[in-house]
Design a protein around this ligand. Sequence first.
Ligand code: HEC
Length: 140
Amino acid sequence: LAGFLRNILACAALLADGQPASAGDAAQGEKDFSRCRACHSIESPDETFVRGGRGGPNLYGIVGRQAGTDPDYRYEGSIIEAGEAGLTWTEELIAAYITDPRGFIAGYVDRPKVRMPLQRLENPADVAAYLATFGPARGE
Ligand code: HEC
């Protein structure tokens, strides 16, 4: 509950600033990303922000990106189809996906094939907010 209240306050502060509202706490999300690094890196074409494993796609610029479209990753699951069916990542959708990848992709694809394992995070919006800080639109 304390975390929930903190988020509400963080949102209110952001809204008051006229900044885009984010449901998550990016600083906490940076810590939570340790749970993702085994499979995911965050790399722009010319800079490595987080060196990670190659088992999953690069998450640089993931917010706003169509699902299943990292050009350097060989996807094998249903995520490409989900992207073609209209899935473009927002912070909210990422938060929903990571806690139940199979159930989430099932909303786009019949009998989904999913390799991303579900992640139990106290507040999945935090890691989504952290990911939102990396992308071409932010000049990173
Ligand atoms: C054991 C490896 C593994 C871990 C740990 C993991 N992922 Fe993934 N993730 C994958 C794979 C593999 C995919 C590609 C989709 C598929 O094959 O199901 C993926 C896909 C994704 C996607 C969609 C990418 C795209 O290109 O559309 C996001 C977002 C994502 N993961 C976020 C996370 C976050 C955040 C965490 C940590 C909380 C995490 N993942 C932890 C393996 C992992």
